[in-house]
Design a protein around this ligand. Structure first.
Ligand SMILES: NC(=O)c1ccc[n+]([C@@H]2O[C@H](COP(=O)([O-])OP(=O)(O)OC[C@H]3O[C@@H](n4cnc5c(N)ncnc54)[C@H](O)[C@@H]3O)[C@@H](O)[C@H]2O)c1
Length: 358
């Protein structure tokens, strides 16, 4: 396990991205979004993705020079053509447009077609909520998930994310795959040679539930809660892929399908709370809801009731203080990329973090 300060890891990733040909803006966005995910403890969508991105940029599966442009704008709706640009660059531009449209119309809806992997959806929904709007972000992904009762991949892990503006932090931030877990959790277990994964995460090639990491890696992901998660994934596919005119289901590539354009699509919705009630009143009502939830008597075996974003916020506080741990498999791949691109190694923290105050 390697331990780094967030700022050093961010700078290292930024240098890797720039050395691989990304623009300054894109490099900053890629580095910041990936490290933000590690900070929140969502390591499956952190810097472990960067070596895959670098490989895609090298083989020109992604156009590092492209920036995307508006394909159509009507009222509060934009269809953005990503033109195979870096996903984080497309997402940043779409968030800006969504907030601009929400200023004008109360809501702003931007779909992005022909885009690429943008990391964790939370980073983008939070970008909208940081502008005092409710942000809802969806995206489709490589077809690794069968529709319920199937045994062939047709859908992605298609995450659903919503961030509600609060004070410094969102008042509520839900970011979830529509599978039991995000695919990268299984890839990460495979890369780190963890032999088993928890029950309910995946199926083998025949569609039979498995806890073998190897069978899961070569098999299929489990829809969240059976046919309900499967239905939500279809909802995301409709709002992202069908609505934007981008690739649908099996037409997608992915960061692990070299040579096939990724062609993911995304959905960014910004809602201006002030069109419904004074922002202060909305904040008080959100506080009331969160207090009501968190004051619930905990079920046997639990000490408290949490709301979405509580676990990530706690990890973030801890990692900001003690550093971000990077697993051996990811670190090996990152240092290999750094050697190939002549990027110097970043400073590392001592393996066991000092206790506070020392
Ligand atoms: N870009 C892509 O293609 C893609 C595809 C799929 C998933 N993802 C990302 O993968 C990441 C991980 O997704 P996941 O589904 O594995 O996340 P997860 O299961 O770890 O968490 C899902 C949500 O549940 C909340 N939560 C966790 N424990 C809780 C508790 N005890 N009480 C209340 N709420 C709780 C979390 O705050 C989070 O909002 C997300 O960031 C998602 O955007 C990205």
């Amino acid at each position: 396990m390697t331990l780094l300060k967030a700022a050093d890891l961010r700078e290292f990733c930024r240098q890797l991205a720039t050395a691989a040909g990304a623009s300054q803006i894109a490099s900053d966005l890629v580095a910041d979004s990936l490290v933000a995910s590690n900070l929140r403890g969502v390591d499956s969508h952190g810097v472990s993705l960067l070596p895959y991105y670098l490989a895609q940029w090298k083989t020109a599966d992604v156009d590092v020079q492209a920036t995307g442009d508006i394909a159509s704008e009507a009222g509060c709706c934009i269809n953005f053509d990503g033109r195979n640009a870096i996903g984080q660059l497309v997402a940043a531009r779409c968030c800006e447009h969504a907030v601009r449209l929400a200023d004008q119309c109360g809501v702003g809806l931007v779909t992005a077609r022909e885009s690429n992997h943008f990391g964790a959806a939370a980073y983008w929904a939070k970008r909208i909520s940081d502008q005092r709007r409710i942000g809802i972000v969806l995206c489709n992904a490589s077809p690794l998930v069968p529709p319920w009762q199937g045994r062939e991949g047709r859908l992605g892990t298609n995450p659903i994310c919503m961030a509600v503006p609060g004070g410094e932090e969102p008042a509520w931030l839900l970011d979830m795959a529509t599978t039991t877990v995000a695919a990268n959790k299984i890839f990460k277990a495979f890369n780190n040679q963890t032999p088993t994964i928890p029950a309910g995460w995946a199926m083998d090639k025949e569609g039979v539930p498995t806890t073998s990491t190897n069978e899961a890696y070569h098999g299929l992901l489990m829809p969240l809660g059976g046919y309900k998660g499967s239905g939500l994934a279809v909802m995301v596919e409709i709002l992202c892929a069908v609505l934007s005119g981008s690739a649908i289901g099996t037409e997608l590539g992915g960061i692990r399908f070299p040579g096939k354009p990724v062609r993911v699509s995304q959905f960014f919705l910004a809602i201006d709370v002030a069109r419904f009630m004074p922002v202060g009143e909305f904040g008080a009502r959100m506080d009331k809801l969160i207090r009501m939830l968190k004051s619930t008597a905990p079920a046997k075996g639990y000490e408290e009731v949490l709301v979405a974003n509580d676990p990530e916020r706690r990890v973030e506080a801890e990692r900001l203080q003690h550093g971000i741990p990077i697993d051996a498999g990811t670190w090996e791949r990152l240092t290999k990329s750094a050697a190939a691109l002549n990027v110097p190694s970043p400073p590392l923290l001592p393996a066991s973090p000092p206790t506070s105050g020392s």
